[in-house]
Design a protein around this ligand. Structure first.
Ligand code: DQA
Length: 154
């Protein structure tokens, strides 16, 4: 099973960026935790982070046939990007949306996600653990062991 792990703008700064919202772990540390967890499920992870919307869309298009599902923290693009929404929908692969912070407890503009109704599920607010819970949920669904909402990209 292959999973593409996508991180959007500014998540390269994790560890020193607004730790009250995002915790103190770096993206590299989070990715190492995910690799460790994925090994137990025999899942293979491919990581990508970019600050550039076009590069992210290109990466989704290029990898769609190579993965079984996506773990997505689109960061600010969550709230703005029709292009990323369309890329994920067009990939025809299920995805779990994750956020380090609880976006619903923050500014109103963060309460809207252009991705959530396509996702098989959304996990927000558990800092780095959001990714681990998201991976676990996605693996369970891909293995046919878990139930999920009817994501349109499924
Ligand atoms: C975020 C929440 C977004 O609103 C924000 O733009 C981010 C990170 C999170 O993980 O909590 O960059 O996706």
């Amino acid at each position: 099973m292959r999973i593409g792990v996508l991180n959007g703008p500014n998540l390269n700064l994790l560890g020193r960026r607004e730790p009250d919202h995002y915790g103190t772990q770096t993206l590299a540390e989070i990715e190492a935790l995910l690799v460790e967890r994925a090994e137990a499920s025999a899942a293979e992870l491919t990581f990508f982070q970019s600050n550039d919307e076009g590069d992210i869309v290109d990466w989704v298009q290029t990898n769609a046939d190579l993965v079984d599902g996506w773990l997505v923290n689109a960061a600010a693009l969550t709230h703005t990007s029709v292009a990323l929404r369309d890329a994920l929908a067009g990939s025809d692969r299920p995805f779990v949306e994750v956020h380090l912070s609880n976006i619903f407890a923050r500014e109103p503009f963060r309460h809207t996600s252009l991705l959530s109704d396509l996702a098989i599920g959304v996990i927000a607010g558990f800092r780095a653990s959001s990714y681990l819970f998201g991976l676990e949920a996605l693996v369970r669904v891909l293995q046919g062991r878990g139930e999920a909402g009817a994501g349109k990209a499924e």
